[in-house]
Design a protein around this ligand. Structure first.
Ligand SMILES: [Zn+2]
Length: 332
């Protein structure tokens, strides 16, 4: 029998599956990070425990995806419900690991961008939960991106930053490009924030978002940062509009079901005065809550930055080709 080189690219699908499994394992760890980093707890100690009864989670109950299904989303000790988000984040991380491997292949870009995509996943969910993007993620990621640009350019195949700046051909080009990218990302968002606050007369851009753009700029270069700004604004506006529409319809339906129907008194039991005042109270609350909803408030901006960055990392060649084709400009 011929010897088989198990590490050759013929085994792409086998490797993909391993990468996916690794992703679910890392996703399980990201769940811990998302919960503990904003709470300023250690991410390595103690081991995972049930947030309801505090009992440590056994290794065999900590298998990504499978354990959640086997335990039907409940703690083995106290049967408390475990959020399906844990399952979802494990699955999502697995899928994104696979996508990265599929798009970037057997290059240094794959493990490097995977690390930063993990940063984006953490930022997304801490922003959902607490409207916080931890500095260890945004600023920490910025310095990590500078370090990568300094250390890895000799293996630069597939890394975007080396091609995305004014310093191509210079010594330390990718490091300088990363530095310029970070400054452009941070500076542009800062200016957008100032203008937005002035126009809307309230804080338009959170500090966390601005710092996250320092990471985006250092990781992707200034040109791709412009792409991320455009793409994240577009996704944000689209989702925001859909959310407002959905909320509006849900609100109308809710109001209709709560409204006391006076038109057919014979078919309904009339509510007594107590019930009536209670209903009106709920209606008043609903009205008030509905008025507070606005586009900028619906969802934090961090998740859109993260999604746009991941799209640009994985498909920037296709995007820039499409832009070149559409606008007849040479992007690079
Ligand atoms: Zn428990």
């Amino acid at each position: 029998m011929d010897s088989i080189n198990f590490f050759s690219s013929e085994f792409f699908w086998y490797h993909s599956f391993m990468v996916f499994l690794m992703g679910t394992l890392v996703g399980s760890f990201l769940n811990v990070c998302i919960y503990r980093i904003p709470a300023k707890k250690s991410i390595v100690f103690p081991n995972s425990y049930c947030y309801s009864c505090g009992s440590p989670i056994r290794w065999y109950d900590n298998i990504p995806l499978l354990s959640y299904i086997i335990l039907r989303g409940r703690c083995r000790d106290c049967a408390a419900r475990i959020s399906p988000r844990y399952f979802f984040i494990e699955l999502l991380t697995g899928i994104i690991f696979f996508l990265s491997f599929w798009r970037l292949g057997y290059t240094w870009a794959t493990p490097i961008y995977i690390v930063f995509i993990c940063y984006f996943i953490i930022a997304t969910f801490t922003d959902f939960d607490h409207w916080i993007i931890p500095d260890s993620i945004s600023i920490g990621g910025f310095f990590l991106a500078l370090l990568v640009a300094l250390v890895v350019p000799s293996f630069y195949k597939g890394l975007i930053i080396t091609r995305a700046g004014p310093f191509s051909g210079f010594y330390f080009a990718s490091f300088l490009n990363a530095l310029v990218g970070g400054a452009v990302g941070f500076g542009l968002l800062y200016i957008i924030g100032v203008i937005g606050s002035w126009v809307f007369q309230k804080e338009a851009m959170g500090g966390g978002d601005i710092k996250l753009f320092a990471l985006v700029g250092a990781l992707l270069g200034w040109k791709n940062t412009l792409l991320v700004i455009a793409l994240s604004s577009f996704i944000g506006a689209t989702v925001g509009l859909i959310l407002i529409l959905v909320e509006h319809i849900a609100f109308k339906n809710k109001r209709r079901t709560l409204q006391v129907d006076d038109s057919e008194p014979s078919t309904r039991t009339q509510p007594n005065a107590d019930e009536l005042s209670h209903l009106n109270e709920i209606l008043a609350k609903l009205d008030k809550a509905h008025k507070g909803v606005s586009l900028s408030r619906a969802i934090p901006f961090g998740p859109y930055i993260a999604i746009a960055s991941i799209i640009v990392i994985l498909w920037h060649t296709e995007i820039t080709n499409a832009l070149n084709y559409l606008f007849f400009v040479r992007y690079y």
